[in-house]
Design a protein around this ligand. Sequence first.
Ligand SMILES: [Zn+2]
Ligand SMILES: [Zn+2]
Length: 305
Amino acid sequence: MLEKSFLVQRFAKLSFGQNSVIGYSVAGEETVCQVPELNVCFDIGRSPHFALTSDIICLTHGHMDHLAGIAYYLSQRYFQGMKAGTILLPRELLRPVEDMLMCWRGIERQNTPFELKPMSPGQTYPVRRDFAIRCFATHHAGPSLGYSLISIREKLKPELLGKPGPELVELRKQGMEIQYRVEVPLVTFMGDTSAGTVFDDPDVVNAEILITECTFFEPLHRGKAKAGRHLHVDQFVEILPKLKCENIVISHVTRRSGIQRARSILRRRVGDEAMKRIHFLMDFDDSVDAGEVEDAGPTSSDTAE
Ligand SMILES: [Zn+2]
Ligand SMILES: [Zn+2]
């Protein structure tokens, strides 16, 4: 039986081969999704303890449920002797977030260091030779970005396969480009978004793991989805066939539906076969249905989420 207490917050953990997703995501309440193997956390929510270990935070947009904990994350890491995290964020949010962090320096009387990397759609942030983060514009309120964690490999050109090593060295000496670049989007995080061209982006379509919001599931909630620029299950069902992703993780589901109900609505729409690659982030073993979860927290409002 799920403990109904504000003192107990449970986090999801989904493992997919080499990478896993740890997180918590409920619309309007909190969204934070970590890929520990890649040292990245998408959004920071209220900065749960596990998120402190990620050196890179990718903020998608300015809604409180996605970035409230950023000052806490930085302060705790400084307090614990860790290096300042690197925070990627939409370029338009650079000034207000910087102002907020400077304000916190004064409040806390602590010279908390921070490193903000303003990002524009299409921009790539290189992390290592073999790993980069690329962002793309999503369709939500105000400036909003999604992020893709890209593995980069150099491979020998196919026409050169089988050629002996010394010959390849010689070709290279002559200035010939003997390798080509292969980019694989390992994990892509949409943040909050409505339907649109973002779902044609190759980093979205081809992601090995795609974490996407799908906030609303009830026919009555179509208007809410449109007003808040979120996905409704109707749109998700239309988008699904073009996604080549091995695994799709649904996040940001409203408490108005509840996970079990949301999943059964989706199953009815897409069938058992399609559901094999679809996971709900907050689908805990003993998760309960809408009514009971509703009882455990304050009622949802219609504020920006
Ligand atoms: Zn949200
Ligand atoms: Zn939002």
